[in-house]
Design a protein around this ligand. Structure first.
Ligand code: ADP
Ligand code: MG
Length: 705
């Protein structure tokens, strides 16, 4: 990396962004492309042809030899199929070619990706379609460079097979509903509303050599064994602490790579757990953010390897330490430049803010099941509710001042001023709120932070696509329901708007909570309020395709019924597969690494007792005998636990139930058997000679100096 270059000179160098488009495209083509990007109007083949030619020239100048359609199948990862620009000529030579058609559409086939049964009923072939709203970029590597084109992935009948398409659809849905509401509220010049997101990304770093000795980390992304380290996070000394030189070197190179790709990463710091860190980019439109976050996660891992490190994105790599989350900061803005969650200072702004606030509170309360489903995964089950992580119960934190405003509206009184002076609650709803009044309740899964909401229960390794899709969807639905109610009352008079806001706030007030979300008291309180508490993935996914939810998806064009069913299927399948891999790794490591080490230790103890007694029949061997007895018991119990897991796995695997029915069995039969094994193994780790222990220990892994 060339550190002498100034950031403005190289920022976005490898992105075919607005600047490059304006420079390189004929004016009319540039205009047509912007029109498509901004309003979703279809792109003509002629325009695609010209864009492709310009893109190719630009890519060749940057050394690209291939292009690829880059997509996000339902695996939760990204996928790509490369084609070279090569076009053989009839005289034995070669040209570099890239047509409008090749830009617009790809046929990766890709029939092995999960389709949740969708393609059994249709055809195996999948298609990729260029998504012009997210700029193409160049992925460089020592092995050459590739022009990478963000695409949507679908079947030939147009059923979405990826996570991007529903997100794009949800953006359209929320825009339509938000514009309808804005018009109703008198903001008639607004014609489009954009959903924005900034994803704060947490991660762990580990030395690559230690990683290579942990087959559990390699197979499943988390440690399946490991006694707690002497020192964990109890001193809060890592959180925002000084960043070590080695880690800084990593962060600097990573940032440089991200900046070259126009990813506006700004923040970096140490997180709570030892060897845990965070980075955050500036927010962007939500589809760009979603793509850039996928790319960021890729680069985080790639750059780590160059530094003899590994980047762990799993949301719970170490038991008993904080897991990693991805805080999705989300807001809506109109094409007049207003952030619709900005409390603002004029009554007009306030009215819009109050209605949009009401809509999201209604949405979260009404659709707790969907937000919970959006973040459900085998990994996140270990995080939600544990340590510092948000619980599996959804609630919203808006800060004391805003909560008082909500209460005062419901109770038809003027709000108490928080800072002495009385707040004015005008007819048009809301007082002028100072920024940053929200005292940042870090325990809340969904918090208002000044002019945006922060969805914190998202897991560090997941794509933000589903959380974003469901946020947009529930917002679209709520705005429509509120707009209907205002219209049914006879139109948008101040009284009617206030009445609808009041009614809705009253109905959904229970979703507001500003106390400690990690406390048992909250769990009890949430139960009395009737809020959903779905601690595990199989429960969290149970309403994914309920009749009501399918109607909701279809109303807003986000999923068809068969898409919804297939996705639920895929999520269950992934859940089962993840636990199955972990179970196999647990068994294998216990049998082939831990037991042999423990038995060697046992043998040495037995031999030493014999040798000592032979040397001196009076020798005191009680210490050896005690450790031997403890070790022997742990070894026997570990072996029994392995047998029990084997047995459980055989039973689950033998059944021909579908993943939806198997998932609870993995949770109830396999996971507890794994926990049993770990308990005995972790005890052995504390008994067996350190020199014999086959796995790097927590205390070693949690240090990357
Ligand atoms: P925090 O105190 O939570 O760290 P920051 O101001 O650092 O808050 O923002 C965290 C993330 O939120 C960043 O990605 C930032 O760009 C993003 N963000 C800020 N404003 C908005 C907004 N209006 N909409 C969406 N994301 C936003
Ligand atoms: Mg934050």
């Amino acid at each position: 990396m060339t550190s002498e270059e100034r950031l403005p000179d190289f920022y976005g160098r490898y992105v075919f962004d607005d600047r490059v488009q304006r420079q390189r495209l004929p004016k009319s083509v540039y205009k047509a492309l912007r029109q498509t990007i901004e309003s979703g109007s279809p792109l003509s083949p002629d325009v695609a042809e010209t864009v492709a030619a310009a893109m190719k020239d630009w890519a060749l100048e940057h050394g690209a030899t291939h292009y690829c359609h880059w997509f996000q199948p339902m695996t939760g990862f990204t996928a790509e199929k490369h084609d070279s620009f090569l076009k053989p000529t009839s005289d034995g030579g070669a040209l570099m070619e890239f047509s409008g058609r090749a830009l617009s559409q790809g046929e990766p086939d890709a029939s092995s990706f999960p389709s949740g049964g969708l393609r059994a009923t249709f055809e195996a072939r999948g298609y990729t379609a260029w998504d012009p709203t997210s700029p193409a970029f160049i992925r460089r590597s020592a092995e050459g460079s590739t022009l990478t084109i963000p695409t949507a992935f679908c079947s030939w009948t147009g059923e979405a097979l990826d996570k991007k398409t529903p997100l794009l659809r949800s953006c359209q849905a929320v825009s339509a509903s938000a514009v309808r509401m804005l018009h109703l509220l008198g903001v008639t010049q607004a014609s489009r509303v954009t959903s924005n997101a900034g994803a704060e990304q947490e991660y762990f770093l580990i030395d690559a050599e230690l990683y290579a000795e942990r087959p559990d980390l390699m197979a499943s992304g988390r440690t399946l064994f490991g006694a707690r380290p002497y020192k964990g996070q109890e001193f809060d000394d890592h959180y925002f602490g000084r960043i070590s030189q080695r880690v800084l070197r990593y962060m600097r190179e990573l940032e440089h790579e991200l900046w070259l790709l126009g990813i506006p990463v700004r923040t970096r710091h140490n997180e709570v757990a030892p060897t845990q860190f965070e980075l955050a980019p500036e927010y962007q439109s939500i589809t760009v953010s979603a793509d850039q976050n996928m790319l960021t996660m890729d680069l985080m891992q790639e750059v780590a390897e160059r530094h003899g490190l590994r980047c762990l994105l799993h949301c719970k790599p170490y038991a008993n330490l904080n897991g990693s989350g991805k805080h999705v900061n989300w807001s809506l803005s109109d094409d007049l430049g207003h952030n619709l969650f900005d409390p603002g200072s004029t009554p007009q702004d306030n009215r819009v803010f109050m209605v949009f606030l009401t809509a999201i509170l209604r949405g979260v309360d009404q659709h707790q099941d969907l937000l919970r489903a959006a973040i459900a995964s085998a990994g996140n089950d270990h995080r939600l509710g544990a340590n510092e992580a948000p619980p599996a119960i959804l609630s919203v934190f808006v800060g004391a001042q805003l909560e008082e405003v909500v209460n005062s509206i419901i109770e038809r009184r003027a709000p108490e001023a928080m800072g002495g002076e009385r707040l004015k609650l005008g007819v048009t709803a809301l007082p002028d709120l100072p920024r940053d009044i929200s005292d940042r309740n870090r325990t809340s899964p969904f918090a208002f932070t000044g002019n945006k909401f922060e969805f914190r229960a998202v897991s560090s390794d997941q794509s933000i696509a589903y959380p974003a899709t469901f946020l947009n969807l529930i917002m679209a639905e709520s705005l429509d329901r509120l707009a209907d109610a205002i219209e049914q009352r006879g139109g948008p008079s101040v009284e009617n708007i206030q009445a609808v806001v009041r009614e809705s706030l009253e109905a959904h007030r229970r979703i507001l909570f500003s106390g400690d979300n990690y406390s048992q008291a909250w769990r009890d309180e949430a139960a009395t309020r009737g809020l959903l508490n779905r601690p595990s993935t199989p429960e969290a996914l149970q309403d994914w395709c309920s009749e009501a939810n399918i109607a909701l998806y279809e109303r807003h064009g986000v999923f068809t019924a068969s898409e919804a069913v297939s996705r639920s299927h895929v999520e269950h399948e992934i859940y089962c597969a993840k636990i199955n891999v972990e179970a196999i790794a647990t068994r294998d490591i216990a049998m082939t690494m831990i037991l042999p080490a423990a038995m060697e230790h046992q043998k040495r103890l037995a031999e030493s007792i014999v040798a000592l007694s032979q040397a001196d029949p009076q020798a005191d061997t009680s210490a050896q005998r005690e450790v031997l007895a403890l070790s022997t018991r742990a070894i026997t119990e570990l072996k029994h636990a392995v047998d029990a897991l084997l047995h459980a796995q055989a039973a689950v695997e033998a059944s021909d139930e579908d993943p939806i029915h198997k998932a609870p069995r993995y949770r109830d039969e396999i996971l507890p058997a794994m926990v049993q094994i770990r308990e005995h193994a972790d005890l052995l780790e504390r008994l067996v000679d350190d020199a014999l222990w086959p796995l790097p220990k927590y205390r070693e892994m949690l240090d990357v100096h």
